[in-house]
Design a protein around this ligand. Structure first.
Ligand code: PTJ
Length: 266
């Protein structure tokens, strides 16, 4: 990229939407280097929309789900984190850090396969410090039955995993993995996507905020004993948590009805 092109992306830090634009540009840059699929831009836009009506913050329901997710990953026998293009573009350093703290492998698993994408994502993750990586050699992958999409091809991590974290996932695979008896942790800003509804633990929040929070919880929960950690997972009620999240959206919209125009002066 030449300087002129770089400058055209320069974002003033005092822009009211700086954070949002920063991550939007990470996705755009990721697409140019094959890390992100073209459809990843659309998926990101859909996420932004839900983030808006969740107040662009980690709500208390998300925090509860994050705690339960980290607890589940600690007690799991074979946990694994599935990584797609958007996730690798947005939070590579945090993925590498979480993988290291919890000693969990990352498995690259793509919906849109294209020559060079696995390599591009591998490079991003390795540069970020990830060393426990699966999903690098397509010839060694096996196919999950009951699934037509490219995600049916999985490596050792997902194949043998008991708890699988699937950020920004499509519904078909979540359903297929559930039918195989796997436990699923979803990160999805859409609380009523099929993935969100099928998962055992659904974190309705932006992955850019979720990963740092998971790292904090990982450090904190590691100081508890195993029974206490098991209790966190046992006491978490995903259906109730999603319903409460929908209430938060409803309340946010109601609040906007009352207050959105207050600061607008003609
Ligand atoms: O890299 P690939 O080829 O594996 O493809 C990845 C995408 C994301 C393109 C693919 O998985 C896809 O098409 O996903 P969907 O079906 O659009 O679902 C993505 C879900 O993630 C949607 O429900 C979005 O609302 C949600 N989402 C998008 N951005 C974020 C998000 N959730 C949390 N944090 C985000 N930043």
């Amino acid at each position: 990229m030449n300087d002129k092109e770089k400058n055209s992306h320069a974002l003033p830090k005092d822009h009211p939407r700086y954070q949002s634009l920063k991550y939007r540009h990470k996705i755009i840059e990721g697409m140019k280097t094959l890390v992100v699929a073209e459809a990843g831009l659309i998926a990101h836009g859909r996420g932004e929309c839900f983030d808006y009506i969740l107040g662009e913050k980690t709500n208390k329901t998300a925090k509860k789900a994050i705690e339960a997710a980290v607890a589940a990953l600690i007690i799991a026998k074979n946990p694994v984190i599935s990584v797609n293009g958007n996730v690798a573009a947005l939070v590579p350093n945090q993925l590498a850090k979480l993988s290291k703290i919890l000693k969990i492998p990352l498995e690259i698993n793509l919906f849109y396969r294209k020559e060079g994408r696995i390599e591009a994502i591998k490079n991003v993750l390795e540069k970020a410090g990830a060393d426990l990586l699966f999903g690098l050699d397509e010839s060694k992958m096996v196919e999950l039955d009951g699934l037509e999409s490219n995600r049916r091809k999985v490596d050792q991590g997902i194949l043998h995993g008991d708890w699988i974290m699937v950020p920004l996932e499509d519904g078909d695979r979540t359903e297929a993995l559930k039918k195989k008896g796997k436990n699923i942790i979803a990160i999805d800003l859409n609380p009523i996507s099929r993935t969100a509804l099928w998962a055992d633990i659904t974190i309705v929040d932006n992955i850019i905020r979720v990963l740092p929070e998971m790292i904090n919880f990982a450090k904190k929960l590691k100081t508890l004993n195993i029974e206490q950690i098991k209790d966190i997972v046992k006491n978490f009620d995903n259906k109730k948590n999603i319903i409460e999240t929908l209430d938060l959206i409803k309340n946010y919209i109601e609040d906007q009805k009352q207050n959105a125009f207050k600061n607008i002066k003609s």
